[in-house]
Design a protein around this ligand. Sequence first.
Ligand code: PLP
Length: 397
Amino acid sequence: MKNKKIYFDYAATTPLDKDVLKKMLPYLKEKYGNPSSIHKFGREASAAIDNARIQVAKFLGCKEAEIIFTGSASESDNLAIRGLIKSLRRAKGAGEKIHIITSQIEHKAVLETCNDLEKEGIKVTYLPVGPDGIINIDDLESEITPETDLITIMYANNEIGAIQPIKKIGQIIKKLNQNKEHRIYFHIDAVQAANWLDLNVNELGVDLLTLSGHKIYGPKGVGVLFARENVKISPIITGGAHEFNLRAGTENVAGIVGMGETITKIKNQKSKVKSIEKLRDKLIKGVLTKVKGSKLNGPIKDEDKLPNIANFSFEGCEGEALVMYLDQAGIAVSTGSACTSQALTPSHVLIAMGLSDLEAHSSLRVSLGRYTTLAEVNYFLKVLPKTVERLRKISGR
Ligand code: PLP
């Protein structure tokens, strides 16, 4: 029991793929040149970045020149939103209104960026979601005005796995943009979707798309922003001509190499969707039958959710305490977003779905991945009911 080490937090981060690490290592050791240098060392590093750009562009079905490497998905979200707004402001001139539509359940990298822009006078509409965590297309259409410049919606949610109707939104925007001088831009945060859903940018009809290396078995500290050729964004980090003048700073060569390599492996993983779904369903069924007062949060239908995330609420249990007790039993889970789980405010995602503060505080996210086994799920199902009981006794419920 003591030596158990079960990782059920793949939505927070994924282990680095061994083959990916192998490809990265030379760029941390002997191939250490600065890609901006014109000598052999530099050219070697710069060629590695070019190769990674080809790999990512192939995955997204876009041009290499449309791929910008950043330091994280949070940075990519910021560059997409702030970069576009900055460029629009300059083009439109002061006094012209700017309107963004997003949802209430976005990752904080989008949500807080929008909050921040609101303070600068930009109008932001935060779309509500249903109890399943999915936005209503009619709500979206009714909020679009002639002033709407940007729609930014996440493809799949990191806490509940809910998938948003991105293709449909893409089609609506495309139609609205026809015969119009004014253009609506479409950004999606595809960080959690990348392992499971097709991300061909033309089929989705998106202008800007965000990815993160460490959620797809690549390294931490590297992100991608796809920015369509004819979409003008301004840099938010200045100081060099790197990344087509859109992101200054010497490139994280090894990280970028890792990003390119890991992305080529995603296709193989897609064949594993069914087996992950099976493990997840066994886990969900087990939890709901073995733990009284437990409830599944998020979409019900398979087509509306990612195959690897399950979010529960346990009556009379503090989510944070549950995480700590399970950790003692060797099981790593979380209460929601890794970035906000240290805060004591209840999850904004669960609250937007209509859960009470109490229900949101009693939530637990279990996220599975490439290396999850049936034995791990069974062990979890053995430990969880006892842990919940123990906690309920302590809190006198
Ligand atoms: N967007 C989503 C949906 C996420 O789940 C995360 C990470 O939790 C991020 C953005 C931020 O990613 P990064 O850690 O690369 O900044």
